[in-house]
Each structure stands twice: as C-alpha cells, then as structure tokens.
Design a protein around this ligand. Structure first.
Ligand code: HEM
Length: 503
C-alpha cells in the first residue's frame, strides 16, 4: 500500500496546486482581465516580483504587452506600461482611477487622514490641492521665493568649496539632500531646517533618513489582511516611531508660528505655513479650517515630496554627465557661453540654456524619481481598453518602462540629451511618453519648483567646478545600478572630485 501513500503526496504537493493554478488562470481570462502571468493560490504573483518592481514589470511586458494584470495576495493590480495606455488612462479614466492606494504603514500617526498625496479623491483632497496649487503651481508665487532658493544653492556651493580643499572626493548626495531640504523648508516655513550645527536639525535629518529607508521596503501587510496586525517585518512599528518623531519636530515650528501670529512682530513675508493657518472654507463645503495636526502632516509631506526627488534627480544627472564626457563638455560650453564666469547662473537664465534643459529631461526619462508614480486605486468598476477592472484595483503606471519603450524612443537605453533639442516634448504630463511628474488630477503639485531646482542646481555645480570621477572609477565602470527607496537612487552613492573653476 506504500504506493497509495506516495500517490496521495504527489496529488497534494504537485497536482492540487497545478489544478488550483489553472483554475485561477481560466477564471482571470473569463472575467475579462488584462493578460498577466498565472498566479499561485493565496500569494498570487508575489513570487514574480523581486526587489525592483519597476524592472520586474518591465521584464513581463515583453510577454504580456503594455497592460499587465497581477494578483498580489488579496490585491488586484493593473500595471500600465506604454504611452498609449497611459494616454487612455489620463485622458479618459483619470477620475475613475483618482483614488490613491496608500501603503498600510502610512496609517501610522493617523497620517493618511491628513495627507494630500495619499488622500482619496474627496473634498479634503480638493481643498488641499487647490491651496497648494495656488502656492506651488503659480509662476508668480514661485518667482517670489527665487532669492531663497538661490541662497540655499549658494550655501551648498560654498560647503563643497570648503570640503573640496580638504577632501579628495566628495559624496554628492549629502550636499544635495541638505540643500533640497532647506529649499523646501524656506518655501514652507521661511527658515533653514537643517543646519548641522543645531541639534534639532540633526534629529530631523536622522529621523527623515530612517523613515525613508523603512518606506522603501515592500510590506507583506499591503498584500495580506492578516499580516497587517502581525507586522512581521516591523515596517509599521518603525514607521510609527519615526513618523511620530518627525511630526513632533514639525509641530515645534507650527506652534512657534501660531504664537507669532497671536503676537505679530511686523514680519509680513507670507509663506506656505501662513497659507495653511489662514485657510478658511467658502462656507459651501464641510471643511472650514485645517486642524493643527493636519497642518503638521501637510508640512511634513512637502518634505517627503520635495527633497529626495529633487536631490536624487540631480545626482543622477551628475552621474550621467560624468559617464558621458561629451555631454558634460557641451553643457559647460553652453553655460560659459550664455552666462560666462563673472556671475552665478540664476533662475532667469534657465530658459536660455536649452542643452541644460535637455540634460534634465533626459535624466528624468532614464531615472524617474518615482518610477511607478504614486499608485492609484479604481473608485468604481471600470471598462478600460476593453478589459473589466473591478473597484479597488491598484493602478500602477510604470513610468520607468514607458520612458524606455522603443515604440516611443529611439535607442531608449542611451543617454542622449540631443533628442530633446528640436522636440516639443515637455514635462507637464501632456506628452505621455515622458511623465516623470505624473499626469492628470494627481500629478505632482511641486513640478514647477522641482524642475527649476534641478536645472539651477545642476547649472551651478557645472559652472562652479570641473568634475572628475575618483581615480579608481572610469566612465565605463561607474556603478549605475538603481535601488528603490522613497525615490529611485543610485545603489552605490556617487563620489566625485570637484576642482574649483578659475581658482
Ligand atoms: C524633481 C522633483 C520631483 C519629482 C520628479 C516629483 C514627482 C512626483 C510624482 C511622479 C508624483 C505622483 C504623480 C502621479 O501619481 O501622477 C508626485 C506627487 C506629488 N508631489 Fe512631486 N515630484 C517632485 C518635486 C516635488 C516638490 C518640490 C514638491 C513639494 C514641495 C512635491 C510634492 C508632491 C505632492 C504633494 C504630490 C501628491 C499630489 C497629489 O496626490 O495630488 N513634489 N511627485
């Protein structure tokens, strides 16, 4: 009878999963879902994903085409991987897919209920979006803070000059991250938040750094209901801890401002925090004022949204320029020709520097800061390109894959800023083959500012220094592998040797 036992084991361990697997596969096509790899019972397609989802989805594109259907534990996911499919989404289904799919860990400290980026498409989001658009998307408002941005970049150039006289090579991300922090903090709060000499600045930087690295990890709690409270990877617990620290630090600035407002000192420079504190509803909706707790969350969110994205994009641009010396030479020649050595590049110069703009676009094409944008969620059952997409499906736009699609781009894997020189493709989200800031209702609210900061910082770095790779690295051996955190960054931090120009 031993053979009977073996047969039973064979059935349980091999045939049963195969049977369930084929059932699941048939069910998916009967339900009218887009194509996708067959999933395993319970876990679905989780094993198809490794640590780099943007690359995993891209790999599956060659087999399944521009729309991909996946089951990730309990979650249905639709992945969009071509400019044509993205156009279909943003033009025809933007509203049906306008909710977000927030990670479970961000329920910590009630964050989601105060957030703009993770809010569902509701009245609260509309109020915040209108408010932040009028501060961040209006050219006049952005122009009024130009001096503050330029000062932050000046300080960074100064630090690099100081350090360059002592060190052979510097690690660029540290300087760029601190500068981006202070640009955002000056826009929000009219002050530098990070000064390495202050204890509070250090605490803020440390907590932010830890928070961001925990956010980069895929969480089992997002795929399985039962894992939420178990929190086996500790992601929720760590998010709780660092988010609480960060919110406490932000609350000090907010409280100070509330006190100042009660006892005005005649400082009439109005910033983003003032706009949040002064907000009053028009009486038609249910939101009349923003609570202090939510104001803390919104301020913190602007740091999340506007610091790593801009600093990492600039680091990627520098890495590409160091790897492509011809592009570096062209950019330097353009800046020297248009601005010259006697004064620093200013924001007003940016429009007259087309090669610089092309370098920034080409960098954002190859290394979009948020390769999957911020995932959305279907608000209702939707017919999308002939397929049935049920309510609550997570909708992911793989900008990283779209930016490498040979249907849209010639020689898509090469760094060629020249492709943008005689092209009308811009970054505003209307050319769906290039969407580093997203598109539609939920596109980046800091696009104008992010674009300016990347352009100006890059111009100043190139104008102020001649850059070289460290002695043991060549353009061919420079490590260009990426790693996804809150935003996409270089796996090996970029080190380079700055030599002050004209010194
Ligand atoms: C190079 C710089 C930046 C890049 C590449 C970038 C990219 C993005 C992307 C891809 C999204 C999601 C869009 C979508 O889902 O369609 C986004 C959303 C957002 N970004 Fe940015 N961003 C940058 C700078 C900034 C700055 C400077 C701020 C604010 C100070 C900011 C604040 C936000 C916010 C609040 C959202 C959520 C918008 C919403 O859901 O309504 N970003 N960003």
């Amino acid at each position: 009878m031993e053979w009977l036992g073996s047969l039973t084991w064979f059935t349980i361990s091999f045939l049963l999963p195969l049977f369930l697997w084929s059932k699941l596969r048939n069910r998916s096509s009967k339900l009218g879902r887009p194509p996708g790899p067959p999933g395993w019972p319970v876990i679905g397609n989780i094993l198809d994903l490794r640590s780099q989802p943007h690359r995993d989805f891209h790999r599956l594109q060659s087999k399944y085409g521009p729309l991909l259907w996946l089951k990730l534990g309990n979650l249905n996911a639709l992945v969009i991987q071509s400019a044509a499919a993205a156009a279909e989404l943003f033009k025809k289904h933007d509203l049906a897919f306008a909710d977000r799919n927030p990670p479970y860990s961000m329920t910590a400290c009630d964050y989601i209920n105060g957030s703009l980026a993770q809010a569902p498409y509701n009245e609260y989001w509309r109020v915040l979006r209108r408010l932040s658009s009028s501060e961040l998307m209006v050219q006049k408002r952005i122009n009024s803070s130009v001096q503050l941005r330029q000062q932050c970049i000046d300080k960074m150039i100064h630090w690099i000059k100081e350090d360059a006289s002592e060190l052979v090579e510097i690690q660029l991300d540290k300087y760029l991250l601190i500068m981006s922090f202070n640009i955002v903090s000056n826009f929000m709060l009219t002050r530098d938040v990070i000064d390495f000499k202050s204890q509070m600045g250090n605490q803020f930087y440390e907590a932010m750094h830890h928070f961001m690295s925990w956010q980069g990890k895929p969480n089992l709690g997002d795929a399985f209901e039962c894992m939420k409270w178990l929190d086996p990877q500790g992601i929720k617990a760590h998010t709780d801890r660092y988010l609480e620290q960060l919110l406490n630090l932000v609350s000090v600035f907010v409280k100070e401002r509330i006190e100042e407002k009660n006892f005005p000192k005649g400082n009439d420079k109005r910033d983003f925090l003032d706009a949040l504190l002064e907000y009053e509803g028009d009486g038609k909706g249910s939101i009349h004022k923003l609570s202090e707790k939510n104001i803390n969350i919104i301020i913190l969110e602007m740091f999340f949204g506007g610091t790593e994205t801009t600093s990492n994009t600039t680091v990627w641009a520098m890495a590409e320029l160091l790897r492509n010396p011809d592009s570096m030479t062209k950019l330097k020649a353009e800046i020297d020709g248009v601005v010259g050595p006697s004064r620093a590049v200013e924001e007003d110069d940016l429009n007259g520097l087309p090669y610089l703009q092309a370098v920034a676009k080409e960098t954002m094409r190859l290394h979009p800061a948020l390769p999957l944008l911020l995932p959305r969620k279907a608000r209702e059952d939707t017919k999308f390109m002939g397929y049935n997409i049920p309510k609550d499906t997570m909708v992911i736009v793989n900008a990283w894959a779209i930016h490498r699609d040979p249907e849209s781009w010639e020689d898509p894997f090469s760094f060629k800023p020249e492709r943008f020189l005689n092209s009308n493709i811009d970054l505003k989200g209307q050319h769906y083959q290039l969407i580093p800031f997203g598109s539609g209702r939920r596109s980046c609210v800091g696009m104008l500012m992010g674009d300016k900061v990347v352009g100006l910082t890059l111009a100043r770095l190139i104008q102020s220094f001649d850059w070289e790779l460290p002695a043991n690295v060549s353009p061919e051996t420079l490590d260009m592998r990426d790693v996804a955190g809150v935003s996409l960054r270089l796996f090996t931090p970029l080190k380079a040797v700055p030599r002050e120009r004209g010194a």
